[in-house]
Design a protein around this ligand. Sequence first.
Ligand code: FE2
Ligand code: FE2
Length: 337
Amino acid sequence: MYTQAMDLMAKEGGPAQKPLRSAEEVQLEARFEARIDDGGFIEAKDWMPEHYRKTLVRQISQHAHSEIVGMLPEGNWITRAPTLKRKTILLAKVQDEAGHGLYLYAAAETLGTSRDQMYEALHTGRAKYSSIFNYPTLSWADMGVIGWLVDGAAIMNQVPLCRCSYAPYARAMVRICREESFHQRQGYEALLTMMNHGTAAQKEMVQDAVNRWWWPSLMMFGPPDAESPNSAQSMRWGIKRISNDALRQKFIDATVEQAKLLGVSLPDPDLKWNEERQSHDYGPIDWAEFWRVVNGDGPCNRERLNARVDAWEDGAWVRDAAMAYARKQQQIDKEAA
Ligand SMILES: [Fe+2]
Ligand SMILES: [Fe+2]
């Protein structure tokens, strides 16, 4: 999933130094800006400024990486799901995430980057993915809490992307958001079952999982607006529609009510309703931890990356076989022609 946090991850820079532009380019850029101002969409074949293209390649590929790395923490639990029903649901969810990765890699490819380039960036650690997936999944309750909080935060982040100015990305997001909402509901429903019909130990398991995932879920919206330098340009271009802090607040306000219904507490003593703001106040977020995890030192960063690289290497024979088959078919078609 894409998280606003990623805006900050690519520190390679603001707009590149602009070379002198031809009159034609100036005209094209004016047309591009006008279309964005009108709330129009940009298609793959349309002219776009280089920095817009680069920003999107970075964001969409990081989003794609997050979908497929996000399969790992939950994939660990498929063999240990408590019932056949839960196993089927979890399998479907993890498979959905693979599909999200594919839509998004395909959307990024329309901007002129190749799948191989994107994988290479991920496998060598140059590309980032959502830091939430660098936390371990310690109990079955984590599966429910990931659905409820992590997919829930993803939906908050992703619904505005359905109106992103780059049309292939927006179209991919429409399909993805429909599935994310199933992910959120299945997680919440699994937790409701544990809380309403479970043993004391199972209820404790749910509370423990909520305690561990609450703060990392809030970090998924990215640093405070004041410290999010890439945001302004992305807002201007209609890539990003709502600010990090506004989305985080929306998520907290929705989640507090859901936590009450579930019968769990949220691990923040400062969390309380503010009548004046008509929103919840909340305690300080540990941004030092966020940056530590983003920069590779979270509890599972190495494990996740190794798992991806191993999967890539173990799958080499499948790619080789597919290429050999395609070449053979090409030969057959040529001879038949
Ligand atoms: Fe997803
Ligand atoms: Fe999901």
